[in-house]
Design a protein around this ligand. Sequence first.
Ligand code: ZN
Length: 271
Amino acid sequence: MPELPEVEVSRMGIAPHLEGQTISQVIVRDARLRWPVPDTIQNAVGNDVISVERRAKYLLIRLSNQAVIVLHLGMSGKLRVLPSATPPVKHDHIDIVLNNGVCLRLNDPRRFGACLYQEPHEPPGKLFANLGPEPLTDEFDAKRLITLAKGKQVAIKNFIMDNAVVVGVGNIYANEALFMSRIDPRRKAGNVSAKRYTVLTESIKIVLAKAIEQGGTTLKDFTQSDGKPGYFAQSLNVYGRMGDPCFICETPIKSVVIGQRNTFYCPNCQS
Ligand code: ZN
């Protein structure tokens, strides 16, 4: 599943091809995504793309008429920029065709992704209500975690994955940030010291920024029809390494399920 770094890298990959261009056509081959693609998406035609932004894991294509195309990659969505005449393959559900001869193409085998159209001046709606701050901004700091965690019985891992606390800390990066902070993912959020929250806040920022940096090397893939954009090889310390030796102490990495998500930690380094 694409996490925040993959979505940010997708944004970086597609933005230069879209910004400043005019949308000449929107082709919907299959509207049955997570929510039906609205017919109003056709109102995007004739507008310029002002910017491509990201909020949590949503991509926001801002148009000259003040409308916004909202994209989400769901479980398996991929975006590519291709010559608009490129024949579609299976699961190529949507093309946003631009006047520079390319199109933004959404491929999504599992169809949990989304393509919505927010009318000019329409409020952002419930998708964006209750979202916490972006993790890589100053709005996300240790003070916020310390305040919100007071008295919380929930596991620290679930706490930092809660979008109301901070957006975009998915399963992989929650595991990695807790390892970097030496915090046991099962520990209650209300039972983590202020000092450790300061370390955890920094760790979350570091693992996400590092993943975006690693993904940045794959940007050219967004214009290759055979590429696998949005996913990149990463150096992970605990995620997916059950039974393998910890890189610090060589203790085998353990796995437990917390909040229905696979969780990996070193029983020696983390407490
Ligand atoms: Zn260890």
